[in-house]
Design a protein around this ligand. Structure first.
Ligand code: GAF
Length: 385
C-alpha cells in the first residue's frame, strides 16, 4: 500500500518528483540579477497526487507529524488568516504554489497530495524549493497546464516570496525545475537564459562531496533579508537597477562612491562572485574541471569575510578539506549553517571526508553527514500511479 493510499484511502493518479540542489558557484547573486551554477541532487521530494473536483486541497507529509492540512483553493491568499498563508509550517509551501498558479490565471482546483522527501531540511540543500516544485509539477500534470519548467520555477518563487514570506531569489526553484542529469545549470538570473553544462566528474577522476554540518539554517530569519536589503540599498546609491550592473572593472570606483562603508563588502562579494562564475564556466568549457577547486575556496573566503554568511562549522569544513588535500571547498546555499561542497580527486575523497570528521570531533562539533553529489535530473513525472 502506498503512503497516499493509507492516508486518503484511494489510489493516486500519478507520482512526481523534484530534487534538492547544491550550488557549485554563484552565491547570493540571484537576487542581484547575477549568475549561478547549481546542480540537482539525487535526493528528491516525491509527491503522490490525485485531482479533486470539490475545490479542496488536502496536504499530508510523511516527514512531519500533524496529520492532514485541509484548505479550500478559492480561499487561499497570502494574507488570509486561517489558511496556510498564515506562514506557519511546511504546508504554506504547497498551499502557496496552488495560490500562485491560480493567481497567474491557471485553472487549478482541488487535489489530494502526499509528500515524502529525502532532501535534508535546514541543510541549505533546497528542501523547500523541492517541495514547491514537486507540488507545481503535480498540479500541472493533474490539471494539464503544460507549463514549461522555467515558468513553474517562477511561480514557485512567487509562492515562497509572497505566500511563505521568504525573500529568496529564483536559483533554487530553477535548479529543481530545470536541471538535467549529468549537468550543472549555468543560469543568468536576470532573464533566466541558461545553458546545461556537462559535469562528468567521474570521467575526470574527481568527486564533489557535500558536507552537511547539521547546523540548521533558516532563510526566514532576518540575516538573509538584511543582506538582500543591503545589496538593494547599494544598487540604489550607485544608480544601477541591481548589482549586476557593476562590472569587475568598475568595482573600485563603485566602492569609493558608496557613503555607507558597511555596504562595500556586500558589493565586493557580489561583483567578484559573478566573476568567479564566469571563470568557472570558462574552466569547465576548457575541460579544466580540477582548476575550479581554488575558485570555490576563493568564493568561500568572500562569503565568510565580505558577505559574512558563513559559520565556524562551514569554515572548518573548508579548512580541514583543503589541508587534507582537497582541490577546493566552499559553503553552498544561503549559509548561516547548512552544507559545504568539497571538490576532491577520487583517490583522496575518503581521506578528506575522514579529516573533516576528525576536525569536527576535535572541535566538539556534532558529526557532519557526508555524501557525494552526482548531477541528477530536474523535476519529472515518475509514474502514472
Ligand atoms: C538561498 C536562496 F533561496 C537562494 O535564492 C539564494 O539566494 C541562495 O540562498 C544564496 O545564493 O538558497
Amino acid at each position: 500500500m502506498t503512503g497516499f493510499h493509507s492516508v486518503y484511502g484511494s489510489s493516486p493518479e500519478g507520482v512526481w518528483e523534484a530534487p534538492g540542489r547544491v550550488n557549485l558557484i554563484g552565491e547570493h547573486t540571484d537576487y542581484n540579477d547575477g549568475f549561478v551554477m547549481p546542480l540537482a541532487l539525487p535526493q528528491t521530494c516525491r509527491v503522490e497526487a490525485a485531482r479533486r473536483d470539490d475545490g479542496v486541497l488536502r496536504l499530508h507529509s510523511a516527514d512531519t507529524s500533524g496529520g492532514v492540512t485541509e484548505l479550500r483553493v478559492d480561499t487561499l491568499g497570502p494574507q488570509s488568516p486561517g489558511t496556510a498563508g498564515d506562514r506557519g509550517g511546511w504546508a504554506a509551501y504547497p498551499a502557496g504554489v496552488a495560490w500562485a498558479l491560480r493567481a497567474a490565471g491557471h485553472q487549478v482546483g482541488g487535489a489530494d497530495l502526499h509528500f515524502e522527501s529525502s532532501v535534508p531540511t535546514g541543510a541549505g540543500l533546497s528542501s523547500s524549493a523541492a517541495l514547491e516544485v514537486a507540488t507545481a509539477v503535480a498540479l500541472d500534470g493533474l490539471y494539464g497546464l503544460g507549463l514549461p519548467p522555467h515558468r513553474i520555477a517562477e511561480l514557485c518563487r512567487r509562492a515562497e516570496n509572497e505566500f511563505a514570506g521568504v525573500p529568496c531569489g529564483v536559483m533554487d526553484q530553477m535548479a529543481s525545475a530545470c536541471c538535467t542529469e549529468g549537468h550543472a545549470l549555468y543560469l543568468d538570473t536576470r532573464d533566466l537564459t541558461r545553458r546545461q553544462v556537462p559535469l562528468d566528474l567521474a570521467a575526470k577522476g574527481l568527486r564533489l562531496l557535500v558536507v552537511d554540518t547539521r547546523v540548521k539554517h533558516a532563510l526566514g530569519d532576518g540575516a538573509y533579508a538584511e543582506r538582500r536589503a543591503g545589496c538593494e540599498a547599494a544598487a540604489a546609491e550607485l544608480g544601477v537597477p541591481s548589482l549586476r550592473g557593476v562590472t569587475p572593472g568598475e568595482l573600485p570606483s563603485a566602492l569609493g562612491r558608496l557613503t555607507d562603508a558597511s555596504l562595500r563588502p556586500l558589493v565586493r562579494h557580489v561583483v567578484t562572485e559573478n566573476e568567479r562564475v564566469a571563470r568557472t564556466i570558462r574552466l569547465l568549457d576548457a575541460g579544466e574541471t580540477h582548476a575550479v577547486g581554488p575558485v570555490l575556496t576563493e568564493g568561500h573566503a568572500s562569503l565568510r569575510d565580505d558577505f559574512r554568511v558563513s559559520c565556524p562549522e562551514l569554515d572548518l569544513v573548508v579548512e580541514a578539506s583543503n589541508t587534507a588535500g582537497a582541490l577546493g571547498a566552499r559553503m553552498t546555499g544561503g549559509g548561516f549553517g547548512g552544507s559545504a561542497i568539497v571538490l576532491v580527486r577520487e583517490d583522496a575523497a575518503e581521506s578528506v571526508a575522514k579529516a573533516v570528521a576528525e576536525a569536527f570531533a576535535e572541535a566538539g562539533h556534532r558529526a557532519p553527514s557526508v555524501f557525494e553529489a552526482v548531477p541528477g535530473p530536474g523535476a519529472r513525472r515518475v509514474t502514472d500511479a
